[in-house]
Design a protein around this ligand. Structure first.
Ligand code: XUL
Ligand code: CO
Length: 438
């Protein structure tokens, strides 16, 4: 098989003073940070859909990038050419994981039996390509939002036949995930939500989504899938209101329906910001609930209200993300670049520049997050901020050894408490800058 990205060499680490656009400035796979290699801290994954399928089509114009990779689109030759391109791409960048939707891998046929046959063929081919490499699947998923049949959702659909079709796609996507050694399986409920409550039975729909997830867990475990299932929260787009609004909402749903032992969350930066949160917020909420599983690494645009899926370059956000990940003791999943080149960045080199940017941004974030932890000023400040709780009263409250009446009596004896102490936000932001730019 001939080389596809002919003018692109294997990308190496050259350090921050390098001017080579096809070299890492910060991502040094073997460098040890807080006792672990960078490559172990950062299991990066290539998103099949953006990298190998999307050509830049938007609401106002067609593809700008040619992702045919020398084959006719819509054919199995093209599906294989994408595999060839993907593996060459991952090898050149030192990426060890990929994520896929079923329909990213092969053209969907009219009949699901034919689609599944194509999926068997392509997954055999992917397995062959995996041999002799350390590349594996990070997670798989079924696309249950693109086909018109899913206009009213998959688990939440009003049509029992569409629900059964979704179940069939999940079953096959789980088979593929296990076959390709996947660590996780994702549910992103792009159309699980509603446009208007005038036609929607929310309780009925949510119960059905949960039932479909239980069926997936039962089937997955029966075929030997030991990884995590993930919900990927997103508040809106394409639906006006999506049920998996944010981390807190998804966690509540998982607990309500008894799915919390098998599921964690896949947190996407741009989804958190669409929900009106910071990326760090949704990571923290997941982490404190023991549910931070995996990350879709991208960023949105402050000026745009939709999911722009940009390659991450904001080092502040990446640092705060890595701070959460380090505090979480790492991820069971990884960092999937659910990111796409801007439409005018249409050349093959741009695909590489984008990944170099994303990987370097997270490497820099990791380096800086480790420095924040080693520096200790932020952590010490937080600890100190709650120090009043160390006294006898604080301990009684924390250990449930006091009543509301007793607290009220104590408050009476106080008169008025002193002010709680400055939050020192500006001081802490200055420390953050000091560490980032030293
Ligand atoms: C859409 C999105 C999806 C999921 C997988 O916003 O993030 O690509 O990651 O279906
Ligand atoms: Co995503």
């Amino acid at each position: 098989m001939s080389e596809i990205f002919k003018n692109i060499p294997v990308i190496h680490f050259e350090g921050k003073d390098s001017n080579n656009p096809l070299a890492f400035k910060y991502y040094d796979a073997d460098r040890v940070i807080l006792g672990k290699k960078m490559s172990e801290h950062l299991p990066f994954a290539m998103a099949w859909w953006h990298n190998l399928c999307a050509g830049g089509t938007d609401m106002f114009g067609r593809d700008t990038a040619d992702k045919s990779f020398g084959a006719e689109k819509g054919t199995m030759e093209h599906a294989k050419a994408k595999v060839d391109a993907g593996f060459e791409f991952m090898k050149k960048l030192g990426i060890r994981y990929f994520c896929f939707h079923d329909v990213d891998l092969v053209p969907e046929a009219e009949d699901i039996k034919e689609t599944n046959r194509r999926l068997d063929e392509i997954s055999d081919y992917i397995l062959e390509k995996m041999q002799g490499t350390n590349i594996k699947c990070l997670w798989g998923t079924a696309n249950m939002f693109g086909n018109p049949r899913f206009m009213n959702g998959a688990g939440s659909t009003n049509s029992v036949d569409v629900y059964a079709f979704a179940a069939a796609q999940i079953k096959k996507a789980l088979d593929l995930t296990v076959k390709l050694g996947g660590r996780g399986y994702v549910f992103w409920g792009g159309r699980e939500g509603y446009e208007t409550l005038l036609n929607t039975d929310v309780k009925f729909e949510q119960e059905n989504i949960a039932r479909l997830m239980h069926l997936a867990v039962d089937y997955g475990r029966s075929i030997g899938f030991t990884g995590d299932f993930y919900i990927e929260p997103k508040p809106k787009e394409p639906m006006k209101h999506q049920y998996d609004f944010d981390a807190a909402t998804a966690i509540g749903f998982l607990r309500q329906y008894g799915l919390d032992k098998d599921f964690k969350l896949n947190i996407e930066a741009n989804h958190a910001t669409l929900a009106g949160h910071t990326f760090q917020h949704d990571l923290r909420i997941s982490a404190i609930n023991g549910m931070l599983g995996s990350i879709d690494a991208n960023q949105g645009d402050m000026l745009l209200g939709w999911d722009t899926d940009e390659f991450p370059f904001n080092v502040y956000d990446a640092t705060l993300c890595m701070y959460e990940v380090l505090k979480n003791g790492g991820l069971t999943g990884g960092f999937n670049f659910d990111s796409k080149n801007r439409r005018p960045s249409y050349t093959p080199e741009d695909m590489f520049y984008a990944y170099v940017l994303g990987m370097d941004t997270f490497a820099l974030g990791l380096i800086k997050a480790a420095e924040i932890i080693e520096d200790g000023r932020l952590d010490n400040f937080v600890k100190e901020r709650y120090s009043s709780w160390q006294n006898e009263l604080g301990q009684k409250i924390r250990n449930n050894r006091i009543t509301l009446k007793e607290l009220a009596e104590y408050a009476d004896s106080l008169g008025a408490p002193e002010l709680p102490g400055s939050g020192r936000q500006e001081l802490l932001e200055g420390i953050m800058n000091n560490i980032l730019f030293k």
